[in-house]
Design a protein around this ligand. Structure first.
Ligand SMILES: C[S@@+](CC[C@H](N)C(=O)[O-])C[C@H]1O[C@@H](n2cnc3c(N)ncnc32)[C@H](O)[C@@H]1O
Length: 214
């Protein structure tokens, strides 16, 4: 979707994608990433998710990318941190202890901006991309982070029953995007819950993408 779509979502308060609680797949499967204390986790299209707070509480350093400045400011406000704000090309970097959130277009972010990361956590980022943008998203993520271990949370439902976002991204599509670089391991599959369950039925699924060796 174009940035204007998301900016109007935020402006109109249509942010049902925002979960008040830590994502259940993250809480359940975080250990699969085998991260040491101080590890750096990147969250593409992070919104104002409380998963950021949870990862910080686990001792991780966190980076994220998000178009909407208000969402980023909400995270810092919730954490009680006054961010340092720098302009970097067309992006704004909001930072505090262990946390750097990049405001602007994910596709403008460069590897050097992020610095070395240890893992990627994608919840509602890949599924926010329409089919026409998905390969570009996966390719840019690969350019930014190389083949890092990834915890990926997606939806699978009958796409004829609802227009995305969030879009259905079934296993075949995940494999088409990531099979070359990762071993793709299914973790959990639960019935779609929360307000999304009023719009469609299907599964919320999680995957561990382990970098392929060689
Ligand atoms: C479905 S929401 C998911 C947010 C978050 N991951 C969560 O779990 O709550 C997708 C988010 O991506 C942001 N977004 C969409 N396109 C983007 C882009 N090109 N660059 C950066 N952020 C983007 C939107 O503003 C929105 O907050």
């Amino acid at each position: 979707m174009e940035p204007t779509f998301w900016e109007s979502r935020w402006r109109e308060g249509k942010t049902a994608f925002h979960e008040g609680d830590v994502n259940l797949h993250l809480e359940r499967h975080f250990p699969v990433l085998k991260l040491a204390r101080g590890a750096h986790v990147f969250l593409p299209l992070c919104g104002k998710t409380v998963d950021i707070d949870w990862l910080l509480a686990q001792g991780c350093r966190v980076s994220g990318s998000e178009l909407n400045a208000g969402a980023i400011e909400a995270v810092f406000e919730r954490l009680g941190i006054t961010p340092n704000i720098e302009q970097v090309r067309g992006l704004r970097r909001y930072s505090g202890p262990g946390l750097a959130l990049w405001q602007g277009d994910f596709f403008e972010l460069r590897t050097l901006d992020l610095g070395p990361a240890d893992a990627v956590y994608d919840r509602a980022a890949l599924v926010a991309m329409p089919p026409s943008m998905r390969a570009g998203y996966a390719e840019h993520l690969r350019r930014l982070c190389g083949g890092l271990p990834q915890l990926l949370v997606t939806y699978d439902y009958d796409q004829t029953h609802m227009e995305g976002p969030p879009f259905a991204v079934p296993e075949t599509d995940i494999r088409a995007l990531y099979d070359d670089d990762f071993e793709i391991n299914p973790l959990s599959s639960v019935d779609i819950y929360g307000s999304l369950a009023d719009r469609c039925s299907g599964q919320e699924q999680s995957w561990f993408l382990r970098p392929a060796i060689g």
